[in-house]
Design a protein around this ligand. Sequence first.
Ligand SMILES: Cc1cc2nc3c(=O)[nH]c(=O)nc-3n(C[C@H](O)[C@H](O)[C@H](O)COP(=O)(O)OP(=O)(O)OC[C@H]3O[C@@H](n4cnc5c(N)ncnc54)[C@H](O)[C@@H]3O)c2cc1C
Length: 455
Amino acid sequence: MAEFDVVVLGGGSGGYACALRSAQLGLSVVLIEKDKLGGTCLHRGCIPTKALLHAGEVADSAKHASEFGVNATFTSMDMTAVNTYKDGVVSKLHKGLQGLVKSRNITYVEGVGRLVSPNTVEVNGEQYTGKSVVLATGSYPRTLPGLDIDGRQIVTSEEAMRFDFVPKSVIVLGGGVIGCEFASVWSSFGSEVTIIEGLPRLVALEDESSSKQLERAFRKRGIKFETGIKFASATKDANGVTVTLENGATFTAEVLLVAVGRGPVTSGIGYEEQGLTMDRGYLIVDDKCRTNVPGVFAVGDIIPTLQLAHVGFAEGIMVAEEIAGLHPRAINYDGVPKVTYSEPEVASVGLTTAQAKERGHDVVELSYDLAGNGKANILKTAGSVKLVAERNGPILGIHMVGSRVGELLAETQLIFNWEATASDVAQHIHAHPTLSEAVGEAHLALAGKPLHAHG
Ligand SMILES: Cc1cc2nc3c(=O)[nH]c(=O)nc-3n(C[C@H](O)[C@H](O)[C@H](O)COP(=O)(O)OP(=O)(O)OC[C@H]3O[C@@H](n4cnc5c(N)ncnc54)[C@H](O)[C@@H]3O)c2cc1C
């Protein structure tokens, strides 16, 4: 039996961040992974999808080149080359991560782990015991009853990102982040896309104004969508898949992407047997990611916090610091930046208007239209920066739509997390011409001294 300070089960964003920080703090660490170091984000999530989205952006640039006086034509996508580019990015980052883990003297074990006692994980017949155990086994794509994922006609994001062809038409079941990102990719690649979303709007976790702007932009791009109507059934034949909704409407396409959320990987690996408290498959933890069993922590997609790589990183780091006795601050989940990397992007931090009102804030709002921003005009993008604030108080939420607005979170998440007021931000100079000026202008306007804003 090998003994360590920390045993980490799962080498995705949450697990490897915890292992790296633990090792940095002088703790002995074993990291156990059954597949590839880097997990969903690196191999099946964030990185490959953003590479596809970038390929889509290049395709769109070619299609619209003449609007900028450039003679270029878009003929078609070469999916073999797209996949070579995408896989090249993944493989380079994978090698870098493997090197990093090795350089920090982390013991890396390949194989399926199982929690056999509160402080022991068994892999390939070997037992690894830790003073602390961190569970980080991640998530899998969910499907709906009656939908058999066949990997060709009915697929999840896992198969979709490996396609070596551009489908003529696609139905995307689910208008959340993953669904909207794939809809955007395929539309750029030339597919006809229809999104089906049971909730009343696309990206329903975002501020209502952001959903409206995304819907407007998608409509303009020819991406169709049905919202507020639930899926009933799907049938397939040689021509494609036909989806029927509860109101009887039918849609047929070559491919159906099922993007209805992700479930936690927590069953069959000893968690129930060791008495860990769960709810609908998620491990229940306190604000320091401690489970009900002393010495056992859980981070990332297996706990019911936002399923994002940077949330996993933050939880992994916090747990390592807690184990090392540094007493880190608990995470404020309202302060987590969120991006849907579609064209246009949707980015936010903090509370929506509805959430701020529900929590009893005296809310003031201000929306700055990107039409007044020089760089947005140069890029020919539409959208806005919307501020939600406490009257005469701090900024409570920032919601942005437009090309590249995800990059503006670098500043806006500091504004939110440092509880800045509009006047605090208004005194800072933003470089001209940049999209970040829209953030500055919004705060100037809310502070009562609008420059390029009306009213
Ligand atoms: C299509 C898609 C796009 C995404 N895009 C983004 C994005 O742009 N930005 C963002 O922040 N997030 C994005 N995400 C979400 C992000 O990928 C996840 O939130 C993140 O990967 C969760 O990290 P994790 O460590 O909890 O789990 P995972 O990354 O899933 O890692 C868990 C690891 O545990 C391993 N494992 C499981 N069981 C065992 C076992 N018994 N023994 C050994 N190993 C085991 C798995 O093989 C896996 O490697 C995306 C997800 C998807 C699917």
